[in-house]
Design a protein around this ligand. Structure first.
Ligand SMILES: [Fe+2]
Length: 258
């Protein structure tokens, strides 16, 4: 079976790319399940209930999030009720929502999707290492196929978690940096791994933001209001092929113009 994963959908350009091209991508890759990281869909930071519904309507089976999860009003109540839009499992005991979604793919196989935040260079309430083993046990008990969206800054931490989970989950896909890495691989015990899946959004930018604004903030250290860029919109992510039992067989990058 095939799982299509699309990386961080950024602002209006990213959302339009999903709405305009996801169906064709699903058909091209014969996808049984589609996971979309949506934490930047609201103007580059956060997600609203309306935008979450739009990603689901466009064909996402599960929407994962990250460090910007609670930036927008109304999303906490939405997440508390949603089974398919999930926030990082280590967002803290007071955080509304859930970090694990269990859904049935098109071919009838159950799939667990986990969302976790890295602890390096991010204000992460709970270390992912403290909870990941229990969480993976719960995910495996619920479904044979387990996909982890590890939303983290540091390549070292993402490589380490994928290696730690090798043989226990189907795939560990990194998100958050918006820069796609060229290290898609199958680890020795059968877990597909990719350090970062990239960004679905405007690539003529500094990770989605209009370049002059991002550079201006870095050069002057003065507050600058960020705005999404518009040019060179691409859909980025990965396709994981696995057995119905959850063993990864292949992983290939997705990088297509919108
Ligand atoms: Fe992020």
């Amino acid at each position: 079976m095939k799982i299509l994963f699309l990386a961080d959908v950024f602002g209006v350009p990213g959302r339009r790319a999903i709405e305009g091209h996801l169906a064709a991508l699903q058909e091209r890759h014969d996808a049984d399940l589609t996971i979309v990281n949506g934490e930047n869909v609201a103007d580059g930071a956060g997600i609203t209930p309306k935008l979450a519904d739009r990603l689901l309507s466009a064909g996402a089976d599960v929407v994962t999030l990250g460090n910007h999860t609670y930036r927008r009003s109304g999303i906490a109540g939405y997440l508390a009720a949603s089974e398919r839009v999930i926030r990082p499992a280590n967002a803290g005991s007071e955080a509304p929502g859930r970090g694990l979604a269990v859904v049935e793919a098109r071919n009838g196989v159950r799939v667990s999707v986990l969302n976790l935040l890295g602890q390096l260079f991010l204000a992460t309430p709970v270390s992912p290492w403290e909870i990941v083993d229990t969480l993976v046990e719960e995910a495996r008990a619920a479904a044979p196929v387990v996909v982890v969206d590890f939303h983290a800054e540091a390549t070292s931490e993402k490589v380490a978690l994928a290696s730690w989970l090798d043989g226990r989950v189907t795939a560990v896909i990194g998100t958050h940096t918006h820069v796609q890495t060229n290290d898609a691989r199958i680890l020795p015990s059968g877990t597909a791994a990719l350090t970062d899946a990239g960004m679905t959004g405007p690539h003529d930018s500094v990770i989605g933001v209009r370049s002059e604004l991002a550079i201006g903030r870095m050069r002057t250290r003065l507050p600058v209001r960020f705005e999404p860029a518009e040019g060179d919109v691409r859909l980025e992510g990965a396709v994981v092929t696995c057995t119905d039992g959850g063993l990864a067989e292949a992983i290939e990058l997705v990088r297509v113009p919108a």
